[in-house]
Design a protein around this ligand. Structure first.
Ligand code: NAD
Length: 431
């Protein structure tokens, strides 16, 4: 089939490459000419494992192309996927739908009459219906996306499930054809009406955010009561109604999705006269964990971080990504810098993005360089390579061997045995 993918950021570039991998002819469309030029040259302007190989392979074969031209896209595609951003509106919790609205308007103007235009962006419930009313020339469907950055290719080629929000058998049949090989592999399909399909995505994100904040609230309690949230999480996780995933206490979630999605969800619920006020508490618990790391750093530096050398391991909001949108690591690093600390950050992939967004922070070319002369080390993004750091060697580099594990994954016994004082959120302080 001939597909277009409108918006070629994290989601769209991955979707375009994976659709080519499934055998379709794909044209990616973006308003950013630099992004289009990079992708057309077979280069991915962000870090996503496995994606550069797919983009290079399919741009070379000609099955995948990129353009800024909507007229070309309209003439090319039978099905158009809209993957543009839906960031948080400035000064509001709500989602900014201007990119979605303009992408739908542009594609509806240029597409063949009756073409299927499929939204993949995460939107407030009611958006698909509104767009269908506004653009009667084309048929609208919604196919929310659940990929995780760092696993985006795998999640697109082998998703847990597909959700189609459709208003006609024709739309469902076309989408079944697009995803024929994914469905043939046994992937469950949920076909739903528009509001349900839109809500599935925001409900899934709200559930995941709630699970993370739940364990982080338990970490706060453990800190107050002298308990150990690691042991607590393991014990409750053995109950398979609860499960062990997403129960690791730490500095909390960030990124371009969960924080803005739960805010937009609570905001939209208010508009509909339904209270999702608990999501505001989920958000507040999450943000308090960043405060906790800042306070702990201050306390460990004798009440003020002024002049203290602090090494921050991690800048991306999660490992295997260079995405720094609403990154807890950089939020903490920037606040400590504002308080007068001499902060040095190292991240395996996100250094360029971090430098652009936070030019006043110090940056090192390696974890070892960041550790050099540090009074305190903060481990804030769970890159596997940080787990491989040898505490003995690290001890020889720092000025004072003190580390806060903000992700709850480092081996406390190993670090302690090597002479470090080791703190983790929600766990007893070292004696
Ligand atoms: P992004 O900012 O990386 O990419 C958005 C792209 O859209 C940019 O390249 C931008 O230039 C382009 N764009 C903006 N307006 C356009 C227009 N009118 N026409 C063509 N292109 C336009 O964002 P993202 O992370 O890929 O997220 C996109 C959507 O997918 C959001 O709604 C997000 O919530 C959702 N989503 C993202 C992920 C993820 O992990 N990143 C996962 C699931 C869902």
């Amino acid at each position: 089939m001939r597909l277009t993918v409108i918006g070629t950021g994290y989601l769209g570039a991955t979707h375009a490459a994976c659709m080519a991998e499934l055998g379709h002819e794909v044209l990616g469309v973006d308003v950013d000419p630099d992004k289009v030029a990079a992708l057309q040259a077979g280069r991915v302007p962000f870090h996503e494992p496995g994606l550069p190989e797919l983009i290079a392979r399919h741009t070379a074969s000609g099955r995948l192309r990129f353009t800024t031209d909507y007229a070309e896209a309209g003439a090319f595609g039978d099905v158009h996927f809209v993957c543009v951003g839906t960031p948080q509106l400035k000064g509001s919790e709500g989602a900014d739908l201007t990119y979605v609205d303009s992408a739908f308007a542009a594609v509806a103007e240029h597409a063949a009459p009756g073409a299927l235009v499929v939204g993949k962006s995460t939107v407030p419930v009611g958006t698909a219906g509104r767009l269908a009313r506004a653009h009667g020339r084309v048929e609208v469907a919604w196919n929310p996306e659940f990929l995780r950055e760092g696993f985006a290719v795998e999640d697109t080629l082998r998703p847990d499930r597909l959700v189609f929000g459709v208003r006609s058998e024709r739309a469902e049949t076309i989408l079944r054809e697009v995803y024929a090989s994914v469905l043939a592999a046994g992937t469950p399909l949920v076909a739903a009406d528009f509001p349900t399909a839109e809500l599935v995505k925001t409900a899934a994100n709200a559930f995941l955010a709630t699970k993370i904040s739940f364990i982080n609230a338990m970490a706060e309690l453990c800190e107050a009561a002298g308990g150990d949230v690691g042991v607590l999480a393991e014990a409750i996780g053995h109950d398979d109604r609860i499960g062990r995933k997403f129960l690791r206490a730490g500095v909390g979630f960030g990124g371009g999705c969960l924080p803005k999605d739960i805010r937009a969800f609570a905001h939209r619920a208010d508009e509909l006269g339904v209270s999702l006020a608990f999501l505001r508490e989920v958000d507040a618990i999450n943000m308090r964990r960043r405060d906790k790391v800042v306070e702990l750093a201050r306390e460990l530096c004798g009440g003020s971080v002024l002049g203290a050398r602090i090494a921050v391991l991690g800048a991306a909001f999660k490992p295997d990504s260079d995405d720094i949108r609403d990154s807890p690591a950089l939020n903490v690093a920037a606040r400590l810098r504002l308080d007068g600390a001499d902060v040095t950050v190292y991240d395996p992939e996100a250094m360029d993005n971090a430098r652009k967004a936070f030019p006043l922070l110090g940056y090192a070319l390696s974890a070892e360089e960041a550790l050099g002369g540090a009074d305190l080390v903060l481990h804030l993004t769970e890159w596997p390579q940080f787990r491989e750091i040898d505490p003995e060697r690290a001890r020889s580099l720092v000025s004072r061997p003190r580390i806060v594990d903000g992700r709850g994954v480092l081996d406390a016994d190993r670090w302690t045995a090597a002479g470090w004082r080791f703190w983790a959120l929600g766990r007893p302080a070292p004696v």
